[in-house]
Design a protein. Structure first.
Length: 251
């Protein structure tokens, strides 16, 4: 009985964190479209280079194309990014993760995709230093986040409760209905990304968007002045083309 109650409580608070996290990131994406296109374009090129340019045969590329469409990335940009993968002179993109702390004890985790790690780490370190933060070592804050996979699909006439029961077998931990967007959002463990994607493909359900996210297990509330200090670092990091995503523990 105690174990079941604890699981329910944990899930309740996790769902709240996930909702607030999604809402905050959604609001921040507006007005950053040009950089968003650049960053998604890099991911598309990397996926096409690694798995081939045919989205029907490359499931990762297929999802990234849907992500691009979800942010209204022009078709020409998408095709250009795919074509770039076949160019022998195209750089190899390297995924790097950097960890540290912003002012007031806020943990920061930075995901990057770069063709020059030396340049990227220098830029990331400079951002931390100039904003009174500190760049840490690998593993210094990663344990403060849960790595999750997220999928968005059209709600249509899908019954969320029945659909959740079906998807649990493939690793889904949370299935939410966003009535405003008429979407169903699926969350699962990072390791179950492929299982959930395959389950959706088998059901001929089009994936509107899919991402890997890091949800803070706990957040810290700050005053408006303190939040502004932390946001200066986050914004400076996000301005760098090499930075794909920035995650933090600010409430």
């Amino acid at each position: 009985m105690y174990k079941a109650l604890k699981t329910w409580v944990d899930n309740f608070f996790y769902m709240g964190r996930a909702f607030e996290f999604r809402k905050a990131r959604k609001l921040k994406r507006w007005g950053q479209m040009s950089k968003t296109f650049t960053k998604i374009g890099r991911e598309i090129t990397k996926a096409a280079k690694e798995g081939g340019p045919d989205p029907d045969a490359n499931s990762k590329l297929r999802v990234l194309i849907q992500n691009a469409k979800a942010v209204n990335m022009p078709k020409d940009n998408i095709e250009r990014a795919i074509k770039k993968a076949t160019d022998k002179n195209t750089e190899d993109w390297d995924e790097r993760v950097y960890e540290g702390y912003a002012p007031h004890g806020i943990a920061i985790l930075v995901e990057t995709l770069t063709d020059n790690p030396t340049r990227t780490v220098a830029n990331v370190r400079a951002a931390f230093n100039k904003c009174d933060g500190s760049l840490g070592t690998s593993g210094s804050v990663e344990f403060l986040f849960e790595r999750k996979c997220m999928f968005k699909i059209e709600a249509g006439d899908i019954d969320p409760e029945e659909f959740e029961l079906e998807m649990i077998d493939y690793g889904a931990e949370e299935v939410d209905l966003d009535e405003e967007e008429n979407e169903i959002i699926i969350y699962g463990q990072f390791e179950d990304f492929g299982n959930i994607q395959s389950a959706l493909d088998e059901r001929n359900i089009e994936i509107k968007e899919a991402n890997l996210e890091r949800i803070p297990m706990d957040t810290k509330s700050l005053s408006s002045e303190q939040e502004e200090e932390v946001n200066k670092l986050i914004e400076r990091l996000e301005e760098d083309d090499d930075v794909q995503q920035v995650f933090h523990t600010m409430g």
